[in-house]
Design a protein around this ligand. Structure first.
Ligand code: PHE
Length: 341
């Protein structure tokens, strides 16, 4: 071999000696590979289309006397297999290393600290409301926000042409499906599934075609209540809601019932509360209408009940002295952080 670097032209020297030499050289260089770039360098030096030493051996074969082609061909093929196998092995090792590195734990990194969030004021108010009623034995139930016309209106004694539908306009989703305008449909769903007596409380989100202002948002949160039993009168409703108002706003709180109207209660009323600074409307309520009992298959001669519903946004606003409920939905952390416990 006349070339110091060990490079031999396949056309010159002894191809078998060149194959042996390149295999030794390759082993040495392969052992030095530390990264993907190094691996590609080595691959090019031995198998590269243009400068590969083994490629050169294959290219030179056509100039060999036919009788030595067999032996050189076998040796060259063996070498190519060995080189390819080793390159694949190195590639797999590099990949393993990269994977281990990406999950490696740096124990010297400073900690990230606790970034505890806070409960939303509406959630806080809802938890308070629900807990007053669960302590009286009410069970919490939920229902779908995408509701059928039957549950949201029809079974609640609000037929298609009823004017009460005008003030509870909503998004209609087609095929009599809509975004529920109140939590009252859950009264129907529950009574269809359960036999009386029952007492339920229903927290949930509702939707209405309302233009946002200080006291309206197109989506808001309600809490519904329903109690069905024997010999239930308006006095039970009054006593229950009076207890509720006092639990929420303090024992000095006074309540009064004003006549109201809802198609699914008869008589209907609004409960006002006065905790010291004036009367505020708090809850819509009434005795369950016999037509509603008939819609769910309860006998109105045997069962009586009362129902009530309240806007939780409004109650949260009263509770926390907020004068514009739109701030509840702005997700401004400077506002929300004030409710940290
Ligand atoms: N669903 C009524 C509303 O959204 C409130 C209500 C509930 C009134 C239950 C009476 C009984 O306005």
């Amino acid at each position: 071999m006349d070339d110091e670097t060990g490079q031999a032209h396949a056309g010159g020297g002894d191809p078998l000696a060149e194959i042996e030499a390149l295999r030794t050289d390759f082993e040495g260089e392969a052992g030095e590979v530390r990264d993907a770039a190094g691996l590609e360098d080595v691959r090019a030096r031995y198998l590269g289309r243009k400068r590969g030493r083994l490629t050169a051996v294959f290219d030179g074969m056509r100039n060999l006397p036919p009788e030595s082609r067999g032996a050189v061909g076998r040796a060259a093929n063996d070498a190519r297999e060995a080189v390819s196998a080793r390159l694949a092995e190195i590639e797999a090792d590099l990949r393993d290393d990269a994977a281990t590195e990406s999950v490696a734990l740096d124990v010297t990194l400073p900690g990230r600290g606790d970034e505890a969030g806070t409960l939303h004021p509406i959630t806080l108010a809802m938890e308070e409301i629900v807990s007053v009623f669960t302590r009286m034995g009410y069970k919490v139930v939920g229902g779908p926000e995408v509701e059928h016309d039957f549950y949201n209106f029809e079974a609640l004694n609000i037929p298609r042409d009823h004017p009460a539908r005008d003030i509870q306009d909503t998004l209609y989703l087609g095929g009599d499906w809509l975004l529920r305008t109140h939590t009252s449909p859950v009264q129907i769903r529950t009574m269809q599934e359960q036999e009386p007596p029952l007492a339920i409380i229903v927290p949930g989100r509702v939707y209405r075609r309302d233009t946002p202002d200080a006291t309206h948002t197109p989506s808001f949160v309600q809490c519904e209540g329903l109690l069905v039993d024997r010999d239930i009168t308006m006095a039970d409703l009054r006593g229950t809601l009076d207890h509720f108002a006092k639990a929420l706003f303090g024992p000095q709180t006074e309540t009064r019932l004003r006549p109201g109207y809802f198609p699914f209660t008869e008589p209907s009323a609004e409960l006002d509360a006065n905790a010291g600074d004036g009367w505020i409307e708090m809850v819509g309520c009434g005795m369950v209408h016999p037509a509603v009992f008939e819609a769910v298959g309860y006998d109105p001669q045997e069962w009586q009940g009362f129902a009530f519903g309240m806007g939780v946004d409004r109650i949260a606003a009263l509770r926390y002295g907020i004068n514009d409920i739109r701030i509840f939905y702005e997700n401004d952390v400077r506002f929300l952080r004030q409710f940290a416990v």
